[in-house]
Design a protein around this ligand. Structure first.
Ligand code: AMP
Length: 285
């Protein structure tokens, strides 16, 4: 496995590979890797001749300094995990490499409602940071395919819109959410949970599953009520639970009138903010 810290060296290696006709898959991460990240890499390895995984804790997507500071960093372990699964290339740039100018020069993208709702409402500036760092990393790696997790459903929608705006030829592949045995979506943030909060956290998955079961014969209102009731426990505090159109992310009013419906939620478990989602209905027409 090759590890690059510098853009120029990574690019010269990749351009040689591309000249040889090698297809390249790219998995951007912020490290503290878990099975969710590794599943994206496995998919990339299946579909490409060479896979690049980046590890970069992107400061511009954190809307709280405290969250950035306490974000888990375990680079030696990450590298070991990647080497064990025979990943090809790791890109681990320093902050100055990604953002040479200070203050950071920000590209403005137009996301309409996509970045105003849900995470956009509660984490101002977050998606601007995400879109910018993904655009920057794509410009550096120029992969054929980009792999992202459904776990961050709204992020995938934002990146899809960003790719369209920059007329990118990179194909975006959304991979399923990997979960712990009890249903909790894997996340680097899970390791910050106290035992009590960890025990309560699977209720999020249970609530989403219940929502999916109710979709056929119930209303948005009833599903929302049930979700909040189920999560009404001392160790969890839901920030939002929305039932939205899978493309526009706008609130769905009538489940029977929509073919593609997703439930998205953010829940505080103590100091840790967990997000999750579930596709409630998808009918291809
Ligand atoms: P992060 O390191 O949190 O920025 O995540 C890097 C990539 O891994 C993103 O595309 C995430 O959506 C994806 N990811 C994170 N957790 C999971 C999971 N449990 N299952 C699948 N993909 C995930």
């Amino acid at each position: 496995m090759l590890i690059f810290k510098r853009i120029a060296e990574l690019q010269s290696y990749l351009s040689y590979k591309k000249e040889c006709g090698t297809s390249i898959g790219f998995v951007p991460t912020m490290g503290a890797l878990h099975e969710g990240h590794l599943s994206l890499l496995r998919q990339s390895k299946k579909e490409n001749q060479l896979s690049v995984c980046s590890i970069f804790v992107n400061p511009t997507q954190f809307n709280e300094k405290k969250d950035l500071k306490s974000y888990p960093r375990m680079f030696a372990r990450d590298i070991r995990l990647l080497a064990e699964m025979k990943n090809d290339v790791v890109f681990m740039p320093e902050e100055e490499e990604i953002y040479p100018q200070n203050p950071y020069k920000v590209n403005t993208f137009e996301f309409g409602e996509l970045d105003k709702v849900m995470e956009g409402e509660f984490r101002p500036g977050h998606f601007e940071g995400v879109a910018n760092v993904v655009a920057r990393l794509l410009d550096i790696v120029q992969p054929h395919r980009l792999y992202m997790g459904q776990k961050d459903y709204q992020q995938v929608a934002i990146v899809r819109a960003m790719l369209k705006q920059i007329s990118s030829r990179t194909e975006l592949v959304m991979c399923p959410t990997m979960r712990e045995k009890d249903g909790l979506a894997m996340s680097s943030r899970n390791m910050k949970l106290t035992e009590r909060h960890r025990q309560a956290a699977p209720l999020i998955y249970q609530g989403l599953t219940k929502a999916r079961q109710m979709t056929e014969n119930s209303s948005v209102q009833k599903i929302k009520e049930l979700f909040f009731k189920l999560l009404d426990v001392p160790d969890l505090s839901p920030e939002y639970f929305e039932i939205v159109d899978g493309d526009s992310l706008l609130s769905v009013k009538d489940l029977s009138e929509n073919n593609f419906v997703v439930a998205c939620t953010a829940v505080w478990a103590g100091d840790v903010r967990l997000i999750d989602n579930m596709i409630l209905k998808k009918i291809d027409v």
